[in-house]
Design a protein around this ligand. Sequence first.
Ligand code: GLC
Ligand code: CA
Length: 551
Amino acid sequence: MERKWWHDKVAYQIYPKSFLDTNGDGIGDLRGIISKLDYLKSLGIDIIWLSPIYKSPFVDQGYDISDYYAIAEEFGTMEEFDELLAEAKKRDMHIIMDLVINHCSDKHEWFQKALKDPDGEYADYFYFRKGKNGNPPSNYRSYFGGSCWEKVPGTDKYYLHMFAKEQPDLNWECEEMRQELYDMINWWLDKGLSGFRIDAIINIKKNLDFPDFEPDAEDGLAACYKMVESAEGVGELLEELKNNTFKKYDAFTVGEVFNMKPEELPEFIGENGHFSTIFDFCAQCLSDGEHGWYDAPKIDFDKWRKAILGSQLETEKYGFKANIIENHDEPRGASRFLPKHAQNPAGIKMLGTVSVLLRGIPFIYQGQEIGMQNAKWNSIDEYDDISTKDQYKAALAAGLSKEQALAACGRMSRDNARTPMQWDDSANAGFTTGTPWIKVNDNYDKINAKSQVDDPDSIFSCYKKLVQLRKDYPVFVDGKFTLLLEDDDNIFAYSRKNEEKTMIVVCNFFDKEIPMPLAKECEGMEVLISNYKDTSDMSVLRPYEARMYIR
Ligand code: GLC
Ligand code: CA
């Protein structure tokens, strides 16, 4: 495979609203990000992905964009954004932005014009359709609950929204609309962006018949992804998008792709694929509930390990995936993938070791590098997230008690990842001198960046080392992945191997000490990572011990 500039890079996701507030309004801002570039550089980060910072009513935290060419006032100004780009460049770091082009905000000029003239040219930028027998055009449930169709006021038509009703879907069949998006993307790339994370992109291709599906819950609706899965031809749209934009700039693109047809993987990420890479959600999808968060299965260690194995083997045939433990839509990985007994600094380092050394592009989510965990939520009113509120309602409607519904949200809520970054042990974790827009996790006195950056045994230092190893040894970029000890239910072990080097990761997810299972294989190899200070006896693996050997 041709070597690309981003193959050996490590990325970091910033959720700007919760990163660092510098003017005391309780909302993180661009100044905050600029002031922490050295922190990220010291961690070894090459690429920074910013969740949306465009002008937005924030119904879905900026994933509802009302002006693609403007920075949200809450975050700062375009001058500050340009400064951020320049400061990142000085440090040899790349900035990529979130590209939300399946939908926009209902406050966007295009939608406002469409509402004013529902038969005019801008109506064609959206999906305006007549209802059927007094009902919406079809029976889809949006990702955030309720019908996907909302009345266009004063008409007999409805508009389509796969997410909230304030997020109308853009009509990708409309050539003028597509051209406007391409111009906008190129405008940002001309500014010096290195690429984009591309939001919810599989949804852009609709099945234009909008067929009904068998209802799958008491509300009489069917999940809208079923329509997406029945649509053909997303690839043509994605190729056109790429050829008119990213390709001309050698941009790095990472797609958020769920519900792809598995056989399409090479078209998405192969040589000349639609994207540089797509996120690997194989672990996150293990807790997809049949109906929602309230019936989300718990993570089973063996299924988790096998899911990663399957994904690694499939992906290496064609390209690279972007590996994550968590992001702004997911609960914290430390609270999710580790057994209770391993939810401690050593265990969290073990999880980081397993993940960062896999084949792929690591994406570290803000706070992951210091071991941030899910928060404790005492009532539904403490949440901000639109999806959490919907899931709570869905749980109650399915007959769960308030306590049970709250517990389901506590486990799965997106707000677990959106609590403010824990910088130090001062008030509000050093995130703001004002009132934070969402509550701070109570554990910030114990878990914070300040106490970790200079401590060689901290989670932060472990991440720093893992990132550095990827740069020192190309085997982490191109080495073949092999799962070891496949039949051992408590061990996650694998090797990466290229022509020069072999490395072995071995992690004990068990809460008991066991004889070192790969003693023979690791003989004569050098230990480069260990999450225990005392390395005098290597013949055993202690509870949640993680080691990495190299030869
Ligand atoms: C993606 C984003 C999520 C957002 C949704 C709608 O899944 O990651 O945060 O709510 O798209 O834009
Ligand atoms: Ca602020």
